[in-house]
Design a binder for this molecule. Structure first.
Ligand SMILES: CC(C)(COP(=O)(O)OP(=O)(O)OC[C@H]1O[C@@H](n2cnc3c(N)ncnc32)[C@H](O)[C@@H]1OP(=O)(O)O)[C@@H](O)C(=O)NCCC(=O)NCCS
Length: 241
């Protein structure tokens, strides 16, 4: 299999230039994935926002339809994103946001994404997501789902930038509060901008009430640290893609 996806350059603040390469990861990358995951965990200010994956979970990805795509700089793995294809059982995020039962086998998850702290701020999450969404669509899946902590501004910002909307707010992974984000790539929804209601990310009650009335979170505005405003609006259906 040709694992190459993209090669390009970034220019750091001190004007130094780095070439990065994006490719599909394979089982031989396992140790690098685990090492990068450990490094990410050791740098977390709020451990609540990141759910680690164990070795068994990662190895399983290499033996299924699922993928991990990674970014290398000078042969070092500095970022990765996992694409997970759930079964039709309870781990399927489509269930959380009421995807019809007969479409649950069209759900793909954007799972863990990490970027090495030294290389943050170059939109690598967004780049990985954009490749992942194309890969998912090419495999015939069209419900893209992902979970993210309501305290994880950069990751939520990037998910919304990729066109996903917040569709639910609930405890996941043994009680950790998470937004469940989703977009149907076949019938992309847009927000009616005359119905926008801004809510603090920490106001879970109001967000849950709006989500129950079919509002979706679609844009966020930074305030300070982990505090930000989430704009909710009612979706309108647009012509199928
Ligand atoms: C979420 C994450 C992947 C985003 O990395 P990224 O693609 O480099 O982020 P962006 O390029 O969109 O960064 C945009 C801005 O946010 C800042 N930023 C990114 N991640 C940040 C973080 N964890 N803490 C504070 N600021 C952060 C960047 O420096 C940049 O600021 P600038 O515009 O002033 O340069 C990365 O922060 C990360 O690995 N976090 C830990 C793991 C995690 O939470 N993953 C998501 C859940 S699985």
């Amino acid at each position: 299999m040709n694992s190459f996806i993209e090669r390009d350059k970034i220019i750091a603040l001190d004007k130094s230039e780095f070439t990065y390469e994006i490719r599909f990861l394979e089982q031989q990358d396992l140790q690098n994935i685990l090492e990068l995951q450990n490094l990410i965990v050791s740098h977390l200010i709020n451990p609540e926002i990141f759910q680690t994956n164990d070795e068994k979970f990662i190895i399983n990805i290499f033996h299924t339809q699922e993928e991990i795509i990674g970014i290398f700089i000078q042969q070092e793995l500095i970022a990765y994103l996992m694409v997970d294809i759930p079964s039709k059982e309870e781990d399927n995020l489509g269930i959380d946001i009421a995807v019809p039962h007969n479409e649950l086998d069209k759900v793909a998850h954007l799972d863990n994404v990490v970027v090495h702290p030294i290389f943050r701020g170059f939109s690598f999450q967004l780049k990985l997501q954009s490749h992942a969404i194309n890969i998912i669509k090419n495999k015939g899946y069209y419900h893209i789902c992902s979970t993210v902590s309501p305290y994880n501004y950069p990751s939520l910002y990037n998910l919304l930038q990729s066109g996903l909307f917040i569709k639910a707010l609930k405890p996941k992974y043994g009680g950790k509060i998470r937004y469940v984000c989703h977009q149907n790539m076949k019938k992309i929804s847009e927000i009616q901008t005359n119905s926008v209601i801004p809510v603090m990310n920490t106001d879970f009650d109001q967000q849950k009430a709006l989500l129950q009335q079919d509002y979706c979170g679609y844009r966020i505005e930074k305030q300070q640290n982990e505090i930000f405003i989430v704009n909710y609006g009612r979706p309108k259906r647009v012509v199928p893609k």
